[in-house]
Design a protein around this ligand. Structure first.
Ligand SMILES: NC(=O)c1ccc[n+]([C@@H]2O[C@H](COP(=O)([O-])OP(=O)(O)OC[C@H]3O[C@@H](n4cnc5c(N)ncnc54)[C@H](OP(=O)(O)O)[C@@H]3O)[C@@H](O)[C@H]2O)c1
Length: 263
């Protein structure tokens, strides 16, 4: 599918999935705005991607800090950046089996994983200028997890936070649709980012088996028999940013090898 050049903000740009998304979008000729906390990693990624076209803009952003989010917005404005798309990756809540965290823990989780990232999204929406009558649409892809569609035993707090995002995404899809702004959610099952591979390696070592044996055990209940690769997520994200989604909004799409059993 041919893509026009569009300017896309990618948060979590330096992570396992974010880097794959940025490489894919840069390869397709998009202009990118990279955001995360670690400036050295951002600069290095921007340098790497410059080989495929324009050197991407990078902006430091800590989604858990109001001040950082405000400064990020000021940078978008002062650089006169107009966004055609956003790939939002809210920080991940640590896995936990505790179904009743303290009020203090919940306040921190909602601030860091929902309220802060939503402020970033609102800032980004303020930098969008779609023109649907002339076919120029703006696309938001929120990266979520499969606990948005089912309760997972080890993800007690994610079960709640992911559902909050689904409610917000659907609400925004209704509120922003007439302006030509689409909001879809891509809910990931296990995806082999470096940290996820390391976690499997640790579990394999603890069980006295090889990485491959542990991976085969863990994916035995996934219909496609595998976890996702960051590059596969990147292709799906690119599709949702493209004309593929011109009549799609408010969807929660599973990227989980068929694991989710609900319709
Ligand atoms: N991998 C999986 O199996 C899986 C499954 C379901 C959902 N997901 C979702 O996919 C997304 C990316 O996951 P990943 O595997 O690529 O994780 P990752 O490799 O740990 O990358 C996380 C990225 O987010 C940035 N980040 C972390 N905290 C931040 C903060 N407070 N403010 C701004 N940026 C922050 C990190 O950079 P800095 O540390 O420099 O800020 C990094 O670029 C996350 O939203 C995660 O919830 C992943």
């Amino acid at each position: 599918m041919a893509n026009e050049t569009r300017t896309i903000l990618v948060t979590g740009a330096t992570g396992g999935i974010g880097t794959a998304v940025c490489r894919q979008l840069a390869h397709s000729g998009h202009s990118l705005v990279l955001a995360a906390r670690n400036e050295a990693k951002l600069e290095s990624l921007s340098h790497e991607l410059a080989g495929t076209g324009d050197r991407p803009v990078w902006l430091p952003l800590d989604m858990t800090s109001d001040q950082s989010i405000r400064q990020f917005g000021e940078q978008l404005t002062s650089r006169d950046i107009v966004l055609d798309g956003v790939v939002l990756m809210p920080p991940q809540a640590h896995s936990t089996n505790d179904p009743m965290p303290t009020g203090e823990a919940w306040r921190a989780l909602f601030q860091n994983c929902f309220i802060g990232p939503l402020e970033v999204l609102k800032t980004a929406i303020g930098r969008m200028n779609p023109d649907p009558v002339n076919g120029r649409r703006a696309k938001i892809v929120i990266i979520s997890g499969i606990s948005s569609a089912q309760v997972l035993g080890h993800y007690a707090t994610s079960n709640v936070l992911r559902c909050a995002w689904i409610g917000e995404a659907k609400t925004l899809a209704f509120a922003l649709g007439a302006r030509g702004i689409h909001v879809n959610t891509l809910s990931l099952g296990g995806t082999l980012s470096p940290w996820y591979r390391e976690a499997i390696e640790t579990r394999a070592a603890a069980a006295g088996v090889t990485f491959e044996q542990r991976l085969a055990e863990e994916t035995a209940n996934v219909p496609l028999g595998k976890y996702g690769e960051p590059e596969e997520v990147a292709i799906a994200v690119e599709g949702l940013l493209s004309r593929f989604s011109d009549h799609m909004s408010g969807l929660n799409i599973m990227h989980d090898g068929g694991f989710t059993r609900s319709y």
